[in-house]
Design a binder for this molecule. Sequence first.
Ligand SMILES: [Fe+2]
Ligand SMILES: [Fe+2]
Length: 474
Amino acid sequence: MSIDYAERIPNNVSLSEDRRLQRALENWQPKFLEWWNEMGPAGFQTADVYLRTATSVDAKGWATFGYVKMPEYRWGIFLTERDPNRTIPFGEHKGEPAWQEVPGEHRGVLRRLIVTQGDTEPASVEQQRHLGRTCPSLYDLRNLFQVNVEEGRHLWAMVYLLHGYFGRDGREEAEALLTRRSGSADNPRILGAFNERTPDWLSFFMFAHFTDRDGKYQLASLAESGFDPLSRTCRFMLTEEAHHLFVGETGISRTLARSCQLMKQHDTDAIGAHGGIPLSIVQKYLNFHFSVSLDLFGSELSTNAANYFSAGLKGRYKEADLADDHRLTNATYRVARARDGRIAESDEPALNALNEALRDAYIADCERALARWNKVIEDARIDFRLSLPHRGFHRAIGEFRGLFVSPTGRIVSESEWRDHEREWLPTQEDREFVASLMKPATQPGTFASWIAPPPRGINHQPIEMEYVRNLPPD
Ligand SMILES: [Fe+2]
Ligand SMILES: [Fe+2]
């Protein structure tokens, strides 16, 4: 399924056969570009960036790499191929043919799910727009911009669904996606984590690791949807998302590798003076980003989630791999709950616990990545291990909201929590210290003091390639 790049809007959905939709999207396109120029990477819109562009939606489609100025990136609409025999994989309509149109009674809910997902895409571009000036290398700068243009494309993916399937209210939502602003007091983005600042590259890598990973799980459960165009859209987005997770995980690995190297070289944990980030600060950043990302999964017990599932709108992670009836009418699920000052597990109706089930899959994935990070530290023979804080730590949504839970999962008093807050979450000084290390390294093949080079370059190119050319003057 190749993509037609001769069109004004590259697409593989035969857009030219639907004049109305094509006109509507061509009308939205300049507004998107206006948003990109205003809110996209600050100062780098005329730089030449070695980017990949999708040319088809199969595995070979990623082969196209080349220098592009970001505003000229070919954002478009790409869906995985339609399976004409696909049936709804779960819920009350399980086994019925997948819907090619929006089921009337679920229109509002489906639109909300699409808007909420769509809103995160431009939000992250806004959050990251000032990072270019402090890039630790041209390799990292290029990766940041690759992530940014693809988040822009994910916005296109959701706007296509809104325009194509939701009529006038869909068009209005598509406009609103360009007017909300991350962190704005009067018109913020919808979800909390997408209004936080991403002020430095350690935050960026943590965000790409933990918050984009939430995106992976949300997209994977929407990819199960009985509404087939949504499913096909999300399936293709997941292939792009994998690169974002790679950027996050390896960014942290390289930070750890450099910290360990400095610790050994100078025989001290206090590597700040030598331009490295102490492992204790990495742990605090991890605690922060993991906990705000857990909130994105929503309340542990949720009738909304139950309704989405029963209606066939949003499934579970890898629904087909789960060995049950895919309806969950009588099933139960173990949920950690706060009761009488302690945390204990209880069996809850599985339908109501779907957010928690998705969060569990996410946490297991985070544990696997954590083990890889700890291997970097172990291989350096350093006696320190990172850990994920307890799921109740520092939560603003759901069961643990308003409680003070330590990283080890103990409910403590507010005063005890405040006594330890500086050990558990980044302090103002930590953030200022990290910011002080964010000196740009823009000579090809050079890296900032706090991060190790990657093991290999992009697309089999050398690490010292000039991945971004034509940089703005300092
Ligand atoms: Fe995305
Ligand atoms: Fe992403």
